[in-house]
Design a binder for this molecule. Structure first.
Ligand code: ATP
Ligand code: MG
Length: 259
């Protein structure tokens, strides 16, 4: 069964149709990169799949659960959207960390809030918080930041902040992890640090969708590439098939990047 399925997804802002019928699905553990020119709708697609933007119509299933279905009116209520958001994790271009919290507290914040809703929270509070704490420490270790857990965002480099953001996104164990140009705000050396972490995650069972302008990285790390143009998927396949394909819009896009 697919872990993520997007069916006939449309999104308009006023009269501007940004997504014009997007269809794709992913298997567990798959790493998909989405490429395409500026304005082609990549961020809008991620935001729609992550419930940060409500699509105009279509259907989204995460691990078989129809989190959004315009024909059944699913995904519009606050409680629907909460369930939907919990299934996904999103790492933004700008890290969006809470400046007043340490790296560790940034990672622990959402799991702590969620834990308060557990029926056994009061009875087992100490143990629950300890588990969240040790999980957060192991996530920070995974992104290579064991020595920075007590540091505040302003004391971390851009690459380190982005790695905290990745640990934070992993903290709620999302079914699919999304990245929107995770390195575009970083200089080349810090970019490599962050790409290394994403590469390591790609080796695990994590299902990931990465919007990126790093073509070499997309080619090397992905099982699959989707090329978007004008709100549509123009090409979808293995990196070699897509990069070697003869789609005219793709050739123009790649030519512009190289140029
Ligand atoms: N909230 C909004 N209101 C109106 N138009 C929007 C909104 N968000 C996005 N758009 C429009 O949707 C189109 C696609 O934008 P989007 O940000 O999805 O592109 P993108 O592929 O991520 O581009 P980039 O590579 O520059 O990040 C653009 O024309 C943009 O102006
Ligand atoms: Mg974008």
């Amino acid at each position: 069964m697919a872990i993520l399925e997007v069916n006939n997804l449309y999104k308009s802002f006023g009269k501007t149709e940004v997504l014009r019928g997007i269809d794709f699905s992913m298997e567990k553990g798959e790493v998909l990169s989405i490429i395409g020119a500026s304005g082609s709708g990549k961020t809008t697609l991620l935001r729609c799949i992550n419930a940060l933007e409500i699509p105009t119509s279509g259907k989204i299933l995460i691990d078989g659960d129809a989190v959004y279905d315009s024909s059944a009116n699913t995904g519009k209520s606050k409680s629907d959207q909460r369930r939907w958001q919990l299934a996904c994790g999103l790492v933004f271009q700008s890290y969006n960390l809470f400046p007043q919290y340490s790296a560790l507290d940034n990672v622990m914040l959402a799991p702590k809030l969620l834990a308060k809703e557990r029926p056994d929270y009061k009875a087992n509070k100490k143990q629950i918080i300890e588990e969240i704490h040790s999980h957060a420490l192991s996530l920070l270790e995974r992104v290579g930041l064991s020595d920075k857990t007590g540091n505040y965002p302003c004391e971390l480099s851009g690459g380190q902040q982005q790695r905290v953001a990745i640990a934070r996104a992993l903290a709620l164990s999302p079914k699919v992890l999304f990245f929107d140009e995770p390195t575009s705000a970083l200089d080349p050396q810090l970019t490599q640090e962050v790409l290394r972490v994403i590469r390591e995650l790609a080796e695990t069972e994590m299902t990931m969708v990465i919007v990126t302008h790093e073509m070499k990285f997309a080619h090397d790390v992905s099982d699959r590439i989707i090329f978007m143009a004008d709100g549509l998927i123009e090409a979808d396949g293995t990196p070699d098939a897509v990069f070697g394909g003869d789609n005219e819009k793709l050739r123009t896009f790649l030519g512009n990047i190289e140029g």
